[in-house]
Write a protein that binds this ligand. Structure first.
Ligand SMILES: Nc1nc2c(c(=O)[nH]1)N[C@H]1C(S)=C(S)[C@@H](COP(=O)(O)OP(=O)(O)OC[C@H]3O[C@@H](n4cnc5c(=O)[nH]c(N)nc54)[C@H](O)[C@@H]3O)O[C@H]1N2
Ligand SMILES: Nc1nc2c(c(=O)[nH]1)N[C@H]1C(S)=C(S)[C@@H](COP(=O)(O)OP(=O)(O)OC[C@H]3O[C@@H](n4cnc5c(=O)[nH]c(N)nc54)[C@H](O)[C@@H]3O)O[C@H]1N2
Ligand code: SF4
Ligand SMILES: [Mo]
Length: 903
């Protein structure tokens, strides 16, 4: 029998959710742009998702991921009831066990022996409850979050420069600027709607803002850029120190702003001049040409309205906070901050990275943008009436997992994050969890690397099912609203924590029956004894009624009591949150990554994101619309390096570091700079056991922020030559075989498994029957050639294709797209039988190739043919002919590339 894994849900959705046909306005659960979406659930439960034209983040636009949200809501992969040690449990049993675990760990080992590891994807209310329970009741600050891997260098940089963790600007600045500089940001793929807003502004403003991209690789974002600076990995501090020196030397400073609102310029300038005194030095340190550096400096110096956007190429470094301050220094020195079209702009990654920072969910903060200064601790203690308040910072993510490895942490609750895929040195993190006496994981999904190691599993409600608030990159708080009934026994995270708190005797502090009550308390704390001393103040929302909370429109903070509109920008007239009200320029010296390449590990492994996948793929991996663009984990390498390493396009490579290794597909590309390779962060064991890149990523961190250096690990790349390659397609998911290389891919009408192995199985027909099962009613079409090691086998049930397996000594196997398409056919004819046996499409039948446009499923082959044969020369022309690129626009940079290549 073809087993139909994962099983049909034992717990369907309950009654409730929105009424059929009712339109619910909510917020996209992916990136920090925080787009508003409208959802309508039709009578058969299918959700239709469109952009909310009223939401000020996106005004109706969506990217490929947002547009495909409706296809990610099935229950087949969900965690739907609590489990203890692999056995189903009631919520009461599970909550009792969690409470007992923390009670015992506290009693025996004290507050340093417990920890929470949470997520920028929790809603603000979940986050607030987690922070209060840990810091106000357990008396420990051992609550850290995946934001440590994401934004903590920006937080540290903001705090050093502004005295507070404030993003000074707003999205409109990106449209109003005359120059937008993107540093370590692949905006076209990672904040696609912001990228589209910039492009749309350029249409209207005669090419302004101009775009500069600073990234070691040439990314899709560079497609529309005037200048791409492929700097040496890690050399951003040299580039921006050089810019600061240049601005001074060229008399481009704003002396009045500096004088009134900034301290520390002189020492920052001296430090900059010492390491990057002139353009030739900068060119030598960054690997850029002198003319490119001069052009960039000239443009930055001359242009008044500049926004410098930065993201993980800046933050994820062992001196990320210095990179941040080197950038901010230039804006402070020129007074280009907090005015329309100007400012440094850290774009946040996760939908609620900002909300987490607001509640204080990082181990290095206390609550509501307060730190551990004695008066802040005392203030928060009084507000919470806290029985035991944390008075010093707790362990930061990487240290925290080190403490777990050292068995100093006896009870750990992980919520809304998958650290065994996303933490650096991920195999060591896995070992650490194995050693931890109590691991509790709250997740929405039943099978992730992290959930696999949980002793207690708690089923969480997720997007579409839960209510709460998130804050986007421009300080805008938006509501997430439920439109689906809760499935199975899943509960919101705040509820689970509240129940545990009550079991531990903290019921009076956790009286919450709804997220609205939690939000009001959070808003009240932000204004408590604030009087304008702290940037984060939303006390105007402290008295919201439940209805007011339900109806809350998107609002920016600060929003102190009495205010009716939030602040669009801060610091335009100074007013920094330091003791003297002045910002600080920070002296940044010569810096280089923690681990340098050497003879054994001669290449730099860079890592990051692809257009259509979200993090560890628990949602975006579920829809063929999103897996078609890039179906397999890969390493991208410059052709010259590929030659030197003996790897070739489409082959497999082993990427090894001192910490671990992965086996992934090879893509060669001149867009990589020689000496550096790139691998995506997304794949975990459920879909690709050998593709978890963080097994190889080093655990070095920024000493100030604790953010790991995820963009820079010395590695070697070698060809991996298995003895056979194969793939199988199957109408239903099956238990995939355990072989040396395997990747599972969701296709439209089937599952695909890419396989490769060391042990030649030999009797392929027999193997096929073990994998697919056998049934007397099935028809087998098979071709086997033991001599050449080839096998082609297909199973038909009542004329329909059920499954097929293709094996060969090389990867050049029949076309997957053509075969996957056959699963959609009602019945296969004789001609198709023959072509299946031959492993080739019939003349005239085509393979659509890799999907480029996710919205309309337009493949590479159709595009290249149309570009060549019909002379399509613009993305608009392609849109008019094939529709590709005409909906969300996420693929437009790639369409431009194809036009260049094939036009
Ligand atoms: N499609 C998609 N979008 C997402 C996400 C996703 O998973 N998928 N995740 C969201 C999250 S949480 C985040 S944090 C953001 C991240 O958004 P981004 O930061 O834009 O994405 P990354 O791909 O991690 O890294 C950005 C770039 O940094 C470059 N880089 C590497 N080293 C250096 C260096 O030394 N200097 C410079 N200047 N650049 C360097 C890389 O080559 C890469 O292109 O994306 C968000 N949006
Ligand atoms: N090599 C490398 N590693 C990286 C990065 C990189 O650039 N390179 N980037 C880093 C960055 S910036 C980030 S943000 C991280 C992201 O990494 P993670 O946070 O580990 O990735 P996600 O897949 O988003 O994990 C979210 C989990 O929460 C679950 N979930 C969804 N909704 C809910 C809910 O409401 N409640 C609960 N309890 N669970 C829920 C999902 O099923 C999923 O398992 O990765 C980091 N790791
Ligand atoms: S840009 Fe895309 S992923 Fe980000 S919030 Fe908007 S729709 Fe969601
Ligand atoms: Mo992130």
């Amino acid at each position: 029998m073809i087993s139909s894994l994962p099983p049909a849900p034992a717990f369907p959705r309950k009654e409730g959710g929105s009424d059929s046909g009712e339109e619910i306005r909510t917020t996209c659960p992916y990136c920090g742009v925080g787009c508003g979406v409208k959802v309508t659930v039709d009578a058969d439960g299918q959700a239709q998702v469109t952009g909310d034209e009223r939401h000020p983040a996106n005004y109706g636009r969506l990217c490929s991921k947002g547009a495909a949200l409706g296809e990610t809501l099935s229950l087949d992969d969900r965690l739907l009831y609590p489990e203890i040690h692999g056995r189903r449990a009631t919520w009461d049993e599970a909550l009792d066990a969690v409470a007992a675990g923390f009670r015992n760990a506290l009693a025996e080992h004290g507050p340093d022996a417990i920890a929470f590891y949470v997520s920028g994807q929790l809603l603000t209310e979940d986050y607030y409850v987690a922070n209060k329970l840990m810091k106000g009741c357990f008396g420990s600050a051992n609550i850290d979050t995946n934001s440590r891997l994401c934004m903590s260098s920006s937080v540290a940089g903001h705090q050093r420069a502004f005295g507070s963790d404030t993003v000074p600007g707003c999205y409109e600045d990106l449209e109003d600027a005359d120059l937008v500089v993107l540093v370590g940001s692949n905006l076209a793929w990672c904040h696609p709607v912001l990228y589209q807003r910039i492009l749309a502004a350029r249409e209207q403003r005669a090419g302004k803002p101009r775009l500069v991209v600073i990234d070691p690789r040439r990314t899709a974002t560079c497609e529309a850029a005037e200048i791409h600076l492929p700097l040496k990995p890690g050399s951003d501090t040299a580039l921006f120190n050089g810019l600061l020196a240049h601005l001074y030397q060229q008399d481009r400073l704003n002396p009045e702003f500096l004088d009134r609102h900034v301290a520390g310029f002189w020492s920052a300038y001296q430090a900059a001049k010492a390491v990057a005194p002139n353009i030739p030095t900068v060119a030598a340190k960054t690997g850029l040409s002198e003319s490119a550096v001069a052009e960039f400096y000239g443009l930055w110096g001359r242009t008044h309205k500049v926004v410098t956007v930065y993201s993980q190429g800046v933050n994820q470094s062992s001196y990320g906070s210095d990179k941040v301050n080197a950038i901010i220094n230039c804006h402070l020195a020129t007074g280009r901050i907090g005015q329309p079209g100007m400012g440094p702009f850290s774009v946040t990654g996760q939908p609620n990275a900002m909300g987490g920072r607001e509640v204080g969910g990082l181990a290095s903060q206390l609550a509501a943008h307060m730190d551990f200064a004695p008066e802040a601790v005392e203030r928060v203690r009084r507000f919470w009436k806290a029985p035991a308040i944390a008075s010093r910072p707790g362990l930061k993510a990487v240290e925290l997992f080190q403490a777990v490895a050292d068995t100093k942490i006896k009870a750990l609750w992980i919520m809304g994050t998958n650290p065994l895929v996303s933490l650096p040195d991920a195999d060591a993190a896995r070992e650490a969890l194995r050693r931890c006496p109590l691991v509790i994981v709250s997740d929405a999904v039943a099978d992730t690397d992290t959930v696999r190691l949980a002793q207690i599993k708690l089923p969480a409600l997720t997007w579409g099912e839960k209510e709460g608030a998130v804050t986007n990159s421009e300080r805008r708080i938006s509501r997430q609203r439920a439109f689906l009934p809760p499935p199975g026994e899943a509960q919101p995270d705040w509820w689970a924590m509240t129940q545990v708190a009550r079991r531990l005797g903290f019921g009076a502090l956790f009286p919450y029956e709804s997220p609205a009550a939690i939000f009001r308390e959070h808003a009240a704390l932000s204004g408590f004894e604030n009087e304008g001393r702290r940037d984060f103040d939303i006390s105007a929302l402290a008295d919201l009624t439940d209805d007011g909370y339900d109806a809350l429109p998107p609002v920016q903070w600060p929003l102190p009591r009495g205010a009716t509109t939030g602040a669009t920008r801060l610091f335009g007239e100074g007013g920094f949150f330091t003791a003297d009200g002045k910002a600080r320029c920070i002296a940044v010296g010569e810096r280089s990554p923690a681990y340098a390449v050497d003879k054994s590990f001669p290449l730099i492994l860079n890592s990051g994101r692809i257009r259509d996948q979200w993090h560890t793929m628990t949602r975006t991996g579920k829809t063929a619309r999103l897996t078609g663009h890039i179906p397999e984990p890969y390493v991208e390498i410059h052709p010259v390096d590929a030659l030197a390493c003996g790897v070739s396009e489409n082959g497999l490579a082993r990427v090894q570091s001192r910490w671990g290794e992965v086996i992934v597909r090879v893509r060669t590309s001149a867009e990589q700079q020689p000496g550096s390779v790139f691998a995506p962060m997304h794949w975990g064991s459920p879909l690709a056991p050998q593709g978890r890149v963080n097994a190889a990523v080093n655990p070095a961190v920024d000493p100030l922020s604790g953010q790991p250096e995820l963009k820079h690990t010395p590695v070697r790349v070698q060809a991996y030559r298995p003895r056979w390659h194969g793939f199988l397609l199957c109408r239903e998911a099956i238990e995939p075989p355990t072989v040396e290389y395997r990747v599972s891919v969701r296709e439209r009408a089937c599952w695909r498994y890419e396989l490769a192995g060391e042990n030649v199985i030999g009797d392929w027909p027999d193997w096929a029957r073990t994998l697919f099962g056998d049934d007397p009613g099935w028809e087998w079409l098979e071709f086997a050639d033991a001599g050449t090691g080839r096998y082609r086998g297909a199973v038909l049930a009542e004329g329909r294709l059920q499954a097929c397996l293709f094996v060969a000594p090389t990867h050049e196997l029949p076309l997957r797209g053509w075969l996957a398409g056959l699963f959609a056919a009602a019945e296969l004819g004789v001609a198709e039988h023959a072509s299946l046996l031959a492993g080739r499409p019939r003349p005239g039948q085509r393979d659509c190739g890799r999907i480029v446009c996710a919205c309309f499923g337009v493949g590479l082959n159709a595009l290249t043919t149309a570009i060549r044969d019909q002379g399509l020369a613009t993305p608009e022309a392609i849109g008019a002919t094939l529709k590709a690129g005409s909906n969300c626009g996420s693929c437009v940079p790639e369409l431009r590339q194809l036009i260049q290549e094939y036009g």
